[in-house]
Each structure stands twice: as C-alpha cells, then as structure tokens.
Design a protein around this ligand. Structure first.
Ligand code: SAM
Length: 262
C-alpha cells in the first residue's frame, strides 16, 4: 500500500509462485514424494477417507450427490480420490468435483492424468482456471465441500481465500485443508529441518534441475502459520471449528484443518 510497494511485492509473489508450479508441473509427483518421503500419498488417502465424500443412497436423503470444489487442485490428486471414494465406498454416481487452479500447466497435467481414470469424459469432473482469492464464477452458498491440499500456503492473501471458501459453501458445508504444518517435537523438528533445508533443494537440483523452486517450497512451509494461528484464521472468517480445529499428521509435518459454515 505504501507507494504501491506492497502491490508490487504481491504481484512478484504471484509471478514467482506461477513460475515455480509451471516449472515443477511435470516432475510434480517426484517433488511431492521427495518432500514428504512418499508419505503425502498416505496423508491424501487419509484426508479423503476422513471426509467421506459422496452421499450413500441407502443412508442419505440426497439423490444428487455432493458438489465439491477442490481448490489448487492442480494435478487432480485429491479430486480423483474423492470421486473414487464416492463411487466405490458410498455407491454414489452423482457427486461431482470441480478442480480449480490458477496455473494452466498444472491443470493441463491434471487433465492428462484424468485420462487414466474413468472420470475424464464424465460430467462429474471439471477443470477451471481460477484464483482461490476471487472465485467469481462460483455462486454463493453452492458448494457442499471445499478442499484445498498443499495449496493455501502459496496464496498471497490466505484470509481472502478463506473468506471466498465461506462465501461459496452452503450452510452446513465443510472447509477442509491439508497442508504442511509445524512439527510438535523439538528433536524431530531438528531432524526434519535438516532434511527439508539441506536435502530437498539439493534433490530438486539433481532430479528436476531446479534448485530454486524447491528452495521456495521449503521456505513457504516454514513461513506458513502454526496450527493454532491457522485455526484462528478459519474461525475469523466465520467458520465453526470442530474440537481443537485440526488433526496433526506425522507429528505435525502436515495437518488437516476443518471448519463448518453455520
Ligand atoms: N492439491 C494438489 C495436491 O495436493 O497434489 C496440488 C498442490 S500444488 C503443491 C499447489 C497448487 O496451488 C499449484 O497447482 C498452484 O498452481 C496452485 N495455486 C497457487 N496459488 C493459487 C491461487 N491463488 N489460486 C488457485 N491455485 C493456486
């Protein structure tokens, strides 16, 4: 705001994030596997299983399924799992997922991957280019479940994105975020920091020929708010949070935060 410096810094951040994800789009699986030692797959499975997407026709009155919005959905990792869960666990053939991402290269990777799933040509899966901070194409109170996995730490205005989530969710709708978080044991934290700051940029350089992007990703994890700070941000946007508001995964390397729109 002062002399427009903040705006320029914000624009630079958006460009930087865009360049990082364009650069890593094709090595994306490798990136996640290296950053989490492959554990991100288990976290994502747990995230989706726990949300239990879909409406079981035997136990639910809804015959239309859920309208799910997966923000920063990039390569479709969460969306495919949710459709699979809805279909096979809840026998729900109607639940649909819109994958929204700001980066066309990540969306292109997701569309390519969708071809290996049964949902590529179905109306249950849609990809849209959108900024999480301004979801003008999504009407108020229209979404049952809003998910964001390993995306929100890259947003310039996290609070604006959470407010948009609140706006688009129906009353009773759920905001669910899976993100890297703060390790809660100091010894484990020391080992983890050595790993992330020491090894990850080096592996990025060796595997993807791109040290800077991996360095950015490690730093963005470090800068992200703690579990309690992030829970407070969710509450400030108007959400009710169940219990303490989050679940730690692998000692807090990642955490799932949830909020319900009253
Ligand atoms: N959700 C996927 C997963 O868990 O595998 C992809 C996560 S990837 C680490 C982060 C994604 O956030 C990238 O695809 C990036 O383009 C997207 N992103 C960054 N800023 C965004 C914004 N403001 N709005 C929407 N997507 C954004």
């Amino acid at each position: 705001t002062h002399f427009g410096f903040e705006t320029i810094a914000e624009q630079l951040k958006e460009q930087r994030v865009g360049a990082v994800f364009s650069s890593v789009a094709s090595s994306y699986d490798a990136m996640n596997d290296f950053m989490s030692l492959g554990i991100h797959r288990l976290w994502k499975d747990h995230f989706v299983r726990n949300l239990n997407p879909g409406c079981n026709p035997l136990t639910s009155s809804s015959k239309q399924g859920m309208n799910i919005l997966d923000i920063a959905g990039g390569t479709g990792d969460i969306a495919f799992r949710m459709l699979e869960h809805a279909s096979t666990i809840n026998h729900d053939a109607h639940t649909r997922v819109t994958v929204a991402d700001i980066n066309p290269d990540m969306l292109a990777e997701g569309k390519k991957r969708a071809l290996q799933t049964p949902y590529a040509r179905s109306s249950r899966l849609k990809f849209v280019e959108a900024n999480a901070e301004k979801l003008d194409m999504i009407p108020d109170s229209s979404v049952d479940l809003y998910t964001v996995a390993f995306g929100i730490r890259n947003f310039t205005h996290k609070d604006a994105a959470i407010r948009e989530a609140f706006r688009v969710l129906k009353p009773g709708g759920v905001f669910a975020c899976l993100e890297f978080s703060k390790v809660n044991n100091s010894l484990f934290d020391a080992v983890y920091k050595r790993w992330s700051f020491g090894a990850i940029p080096l592996i990025g350089q060796l595997v993807a020929g791109d040290r800077d992007s991996y360095q950015y990703l490690v730093e963005s994890i470090e800068r992200f708010p703690s579990q309690t700070e992030f829970r407070d941000m969710i509450q400030e946007a108007g959400f009710l949070v169940p219990g303490q508001g989050w679940e730690d995964l692998t000692g807090g390397i990642a955490a799932i935060h949830k909020g319900v729109k009253p």
